[in-house]
Design a protein around this ligand. Sequence first.
Ligand code: NAP
Length: 249
Amino acid sequence: MCSPVPKRILILGGTLDARRLARLLAEQGHHSVYSIAGITRKPRLPANVEVRVGGFGGAQGMADFIRSQGIDMVADATHPFAVQISANAVEAARNSNSAYARLERPAWKPTKADNWIPARDIDEAVSLIESGACAFVTTGRKDVAKYAVRTDIRVVARVIEAPMVARPEDWVYVIAVIPFNTEDELDLMRDYEATVVVSKNAGGTADAKLRAARILGLPVIMIERPEKPPATVVTTIDEMVALAAGEGI
Ligand code: NAP
């Protein structure tokens, strides 16, 4: 089999999938630039891959970057809820004649044993929490402040870094990064006497919280995915690597 022609690939990252993708593309001989927003103090980065940090300045800025760096393909491996960067990337790739493909891991689906309460967005999720509840919140650092309107609930927020917002006295921040296992999630939910879990439907492997909620019989307020613009979409890292190799999918 012939080796693929090496490409210059802009990986839009900030996820575990993106780091894995960066590693595989490097193994295939491609030259990638791994891009992160720069919003966490200690980001996890792939080894041996060029990294750039910070916004591009919208679609126009990204298109300029793509042209100046001779990028052949934009591999969008951002989080399913990172809508703006994907919209910018679709537009930037179009305007700079670069290929674009997005990795969208499949959404989680409830089993018969689950009690999921669907929410359109974070605001609806916050409004759906029952009064008096202790909410185990896993919806990310950026949105933690939104729960503050609910002075009638307790919040245990698992976050990658402490949010910059002042914390009501009875809230708890659990600072942790993936991977999480079911036993640890069970311990956390039991220790803090959680009565409900709030989650984004991120999909992927960080689903131990859902298994723990199932075991404990806790309801899960599940925020549905926002729509990203139409584009070439793959559901696995291998498919993205095949696209980069020009093999199609
Ligand atoms: P977003 O709302 O879609 O993007 C906001 C702005 O941040 C973008 O317009 C862009 O600024 C900059 N940006 C975002 N991702 C970038 C990247 N990979 N490289 C360079 N600039 C980037 O994004 P978000 O939801 O805040 O997510 C930010 C990052 O965190 C993403 O890398 C995402 O994969 C990761 N993440 C997000 C979530 C989540 O729940 N949203 C969860 C886990 C990880 P400019 O317009 O200036 O280019």
